[in-house]
Design a protein around this ligand. Structure first.
Ligand code: DGL
Length: 256
């Protein structure tokens, strides 16, 4: 019984981490779609065509029980297509705008995401539906997924560059300051400690990974035997670097 987890890179590992805790009986196939990384600047039509071709192949080869799109940017456009095409449940990643609107005390929230996620109607309709009573600042970060990826692979971080990407999240309207920032890209939770250090004041950084894993768990039969096979990872877009292989095997994934 396998579950396919997709991201454009290593961001989906933040979801895999939680999914494994809740669903230890499933074998996970992690797909890092390096061919599209960074996914935030892709045109919608080309991206849909790419993703449909990729998923046709992945589903044929792995026959998964479920697909988890652990990528906000891909989720904003591909979920209806995949649900129509395949029989198994397809779980997406939705920016936690509803939760942010519920927990904010200052009524100032920010959504930190890729430029693609920020532009899409999907994100705007979430705001209209769930956050019409609060001020929402949308922040499209051009380079933050790459900075997160470099950090995971090398341990090095360019804090000046990170600061430039996140500073627009902090709004002060006559003393009403942003108190919640939605991490609407699965790469960003890996930088949360860096964000905390750089933030001009404390905020809640909302990471949706656990909620996604819980939702996924609710859509699958429970209670099977703990698996005795290793989780695997596969790449698109060429050979993974030695650092990438090391990172993935640190996550218990065998690269195929
Ligand atoms: N992790 C992806 C997301 O959640 C984006 C990473 C990228 O820019 O490719 O949107």
């Amino acid at each position: 019984m396998s579950v396919l987890i997709y991201d454009s890179g290593i961001g989906g590992l933040s979801v895999l981490r939680e999914a494994r805790i809740l669903m230890p009986e499933f074998k996970f196939v992690y797909v890092a779609d390096g061919a599209v990384f960074p996914i935030g600047g892709w045109e919608e039509e080309a991206l849909v065509a790419h993703l449909l071709g990729l998923f046709d192949d992945l589903v044929a080869r792995h026959n998964p029980q479920m697909i988890i799109i652990a990528c906000n940017t891909a989720s904003t456009i591909i979920l209806p297509h995949l649900r129509e095409r395949f029989d198994m449940p397809v779980v997406g990643t939705v920016p936690a705008i509803k939760l942010a609107a519920e927990v904010t005390a200052s009524r100032q929230i920010s959504v930190l995401a890729t430029p693609g996620t920020v532009q899409r109607d999907y994100t705007r309709s979430l705001i209209a539906e769930f956050a019409s009573q609060v001020n929402v600042r949308l922040v499209g970060a051009e380079d933050l997924a790459r900075l997160a990826e470099d950090f995971m692979l090398s341990g090095q971080i360019d804090t000046k560059a990170v600061n430039k990407e996140i500073r627009d999240c902090f709004v002060d309207r006559l003393g009403a300051r942003t108190d919640v920032v939605v991490l609407a890209c699965t790469h960003y939770p890996f930088l949360t400690n860096v964000f905390r250090r750089l933030a001009p004041w404390p905020v809640d950084w909302l990471n949706p990974a656990e909620a996604i894993a819980r939702h996924a768990q609710s859509r699958l039969p429970q209670g099977g035997a703990v698996k005795d096979v290793q989780d695997i990872a596969e790449f698109t877009g060429g050979e993974p670097t030695p650092q990438m292989r090391r990172l993935l095997s640190g996550f218990g994934l065998k690269v195929i």
